[in-house]
Write a protein that binds this ligand. Structure first.
Ligand SMILES: *Cc1c(COP(=O)(O)O)cnc(C)c1O
Length: 340
């Protein structure tokens, strides 16, 4: 099977497994796992931050960050289709007792002037206190759309003027950086906290890292423990993440080229209404006839190709390091053989 359902389906390579098997480990709750310490320091340095925290998933890093930034009854501003709101099981309400202000944005991206309109006046007791702005780059529901760094800087300036923290759900931030070519430390300086997934396009089996100031990460470490996320000799998995960050970032442009190739072929099909213009590794296809979605996916499956339903009349195909150039060529051929 050629699996385009998500970039989470990647399996660790032999070299990655080798790095994991030989990783030095210790009890991380005691702060004694050398591999976790190395991963946390490496990631923090990369994004120009003081400290890092290794967590089990991107949901965990996001939820911990929100919990540190926000008080119960406070409000988080985010996109209406953001992962933190739509795909984290109501965690903002459940874990942090916070309210959300959902903005429309463009392909999952927000702009400073839109955010500015929804900052609640702190002197008026009717409103929940706005306490956090959270962005997603790349934006999953936006079909892997990338923020322009200027737009992020405008949002940073707005947050500074209001004393608001700015969080980044950077599940695919390395894909964004492969496109905008901004130095990760410069990019990181725009945010108070960043969640980085190791188990998406970077190809590690498990884990995400949260980065921020020393003080922020100290608080986050406490929240992680409370949520049951304190792991022991987890250096064995952290080593896979470190290997991924060191070895699999440079190649992300290949996944982006593969996605662009798929886009071109999809656009030639008479059953395709349109494709969200591909910027990174996510291809979102809008079908002419929404009712044919599952049938099309079934035909792909019979060819040995897996895609995913992505809402009414929409398919999602995600490229990643376990999809080869040959797989892309084969898929392009089969796209042309879909018969309706
Ligand atoms: C995958 C993803 C996450 C984290 O998901 P986990 O499965 O919890 O690791 C967060 N944000 C976005 C945009 C994602 O795509």
């Amino acid at each position: 099977m050629i699996d385009f359902r998500s970039d989470t389906v990647t399996k660790p390579s032999s070299a990655m497994k080798e790095a994991m098997i030989s990783a030095p480990v210790g009890d991380d709750v005691f702060g004694e796992d050398p591999s976790i310490i190395e991963l946390e320091e490496y990631t923090a340095n990369l994004f120009g931050k003081e400290a890092g925290l290794f967590c089990s998933s991107g949901t965990q890093t996001n939820q911990i960050a929100i919990n540190v930034h926000v008080q119960p009854g406070g409000e988080v501003i985010c996109h209406e289709e953001s992962h933190i709101y739509k795909y984290e099981g109501g965690g903002i309400a459940k874990n942090s007792g916070a309210s959300v202000r959902l903005l429309k944005g463009d392909r999952g991206r927000l702009e400073a002037n839109e955010i500015a309109q929804w900052i609640n006046p702190a002197h008026d007791v009717h409103f929940p206190l706005t306490q956090l702005v959270s962005l997603e780059d790349t934006a999953n529901r936006g079909g892997g759309a990338v923020y322009s760094f200027e737009k992020i800087q405008e949002i940073r300036i707005l947050c500074d003027s209001l004393g608001l923290p700015l969080h980044l759900d950077g599940a695919r931030v390395c894909n964004a950086l492969a496109v905008n070519k901004i130095d990760p430390a410069v990019y990181g300086s725009a945010f108070d906290s960043i969640s980085i997934c190791l188990s998406k396009g970077l190809g590690a089996p498990v884990g995400s890292v949260l980065v921020g100031t020393k003080e922020f990460i100290q608080k986050a470490r406490r929240v992680r423990k409370v949520m049951g996320g304190g792991m022991r000799q987890a250096g064995i998995i952290a080593a896979g993440g470190l290997y991924a960050l060191k070895n699999n970032r440079e190649r992300l442009h290949i996944d982006h080229e593969h996605a662009k190739t798929l886009e071109t072929v999809f656009l030639k099909q008479n059953w395709v209404e349109g494709v969200l213009e591909v910027q990174t590794n996510i291809v979102v296809v809008q079908l002419c006839d929404a009712s044919k979605r599952d049938e099309i996916l079934a035909q792909f499956k019979s060819f040995g190709i897996l895609g995913m339903a992505f809402g009414p009349g929409m398919l999602r195909f995600v490229t990643h390091l376990d999809v080869s150039a040959e797989d892309i060529a084969f898929t392009c051929e089969k796209i042309g053989e879909i018969a309706l």
